[in-house]
Design a protein around this ligand. Structure first.
Ligand SMILES: Cc1cc2nc3c(=O)[nH]c(=O)nc-3n(C[C@H](O)[C@H](O)[C@H](O)COP(=O)(O)OP(=O)(O)OC[C@H]3O[C@@H](n4cnc5c(N)ncnc54)[C@H](O)[C@@H]3O)c2cc1C
Length: 320
């Protein structure tokens, strides 16, 4: 079984994730999307905007054009969770064909915690030192003893495919794991989340580093729209509709009118005299003097115009 290669990210005590190969990146997403949206001009800022648009509208297939192949080594109980992600192509180390190695996971003391009473799939709290030591000793003892029995059966000529069944799930396995960016982001979204088990989160976080490097715009868009994005159910929306004071919505719409013209102005600078009418066209209702005061304050944020307009539409819906 592999030691930790130089180009790998170490995970847990003996595992790793290594990006073996990748195909495409942000450019491949844009290239595929332009088949459906027409070529147009393509500047880096437009590529970023297009990727953000695709992510926001869950137009996912262009993200499937990017592929990642990882070599990973992890405890079997981590692999059990990982393998539930069905869209990947996997080839795993065979314990029918090859002998198991004496490599078992033992948790660091800081990750030995009590069962959470609030979250049935979680751990919490500080475990006393003597209990931590006992946990580590038991991990060591069961690993050592099971491997002794396994080796004895092997030496006696018992089939490896049967002898392996005495080994516990903290034994390390390894595989090649290939997936496309859309499904890899889905994996990372679920497995880097705080609700996922620590031991798989470590691997997911390591793979996220490769995504950030290979497709930085897609990574950014995923964080902004999926990880940090909020969706409201029909019930939640109706509560917002009933309870959000009209003046709060008006204030936000006002702010949006400023942000939209600041962005339009940044993308294509306009004559200062034409800005106020542009602001009015965006629904702004401040007087020209107030507009000038705010405009000159230099505190207006810029962003993606399309996204700001979409937000405006959502707010208008809430005003009903
Ligand atoms: C915190 C956490 C706790 C969990 N707890 C449990 C548990 O207690 N018990 C348990 O059994 N599992 C558990 N799971 C696993 C979970 O139910 C999913 O099986 C796993 O996260 C894979 O998700 P997925 O199906 O969306 O991903 P993938 O298999 O990677 O699929 C990606 C997407 O492709 C589509 N897809 C793939 N295959 C099919 C298909 N055959 N039919 C329709 N659509 C498909 C779906 O849209 C899916 O979301 C847990 C997962 C997490 C993250």
């Amino acid at each position: 079984m592999s030691q930790i290669p130089d180009d790998a990210i170490k995970c847990l005590d003996k595992g790793f994730v290594r990006l073996v190969d990748s195909m495409g990146g942000d450019d491949a997403i844009v290239q595929a999307a332009r088949v459906s949206y027409g070529k147009g001009t393509s500047k880096v800022s437009q590529d970023r905007g297009l990727i953000r648009y695709l992510m926001r509208h869950r137009h996912t297939t262009p993200f499937e054009m990017v592929e990642f192949k990882f070599h990973c080594k992890m405890p079997i109980f981590v692999a059990r969770q990982w393998v539930r992600h069905r869209t990947a192509n996997i080839n795993e180390y065979s314990l029918r064909y090859s002998e198991a190695r004496d490599e078992f996971y033992s948790p660091d003391p800081e990750h030995i915690q009590f069962q959470s009473s609030l979250n049935k799939q979680g751990r919490t709290g500080e475990v006393p030192e003597e209990l931590k030591k006992k946990v580590q000793d038991y991990f060591k003892e069961i690993s050592h003893r099971s491997f002794e029995i396994y080796s004895e059966l092997n030496e006696a000529g018992v089939a490896r495919e049967l002898a392996r069944a005495v080994l516990p799930v903290n034994l390390y396995t390894e595989w090649y794991w290939k997936n496309d960016l859309h499904n890899l982001l889905h994996f990372i979204g679920l497995r880097s989340d705080s609700h996922a088990q620590y031991e798989i989160r470590v691997y997911s976080d390591a793979m996220a580093e490769s995504v950030k490097a290979v497709a930085p715009f897609a990574w950014e868009a995923y964080q902004d729209y999926v990880v940090s994005g909020l969706r409201f159910s029909r019930i939640e929306q109706s509560l917002l509709e009933q309870n959000l004071p009209a003046r709060v919505i008006e204030d936000i719409l006002e702010d949006l009118a400023y942000q939209i013209i600041a962005t339009l102005h940044k993308n294509k600078p306009r004559d200062e005299n034409g800005l106020y009418s542009l602001y009015q066209k965006q629904g702004g209702s401040d007087s020209e003097d107030d507009f000038k005061l705010k405009w000159d304050s230099g505190e207006i944020e810029t962003g993606n115009v399309r996204e700001l307009r979409e937000f405006k539409e959502k707010l208008i819906l809430l005003k009903k």
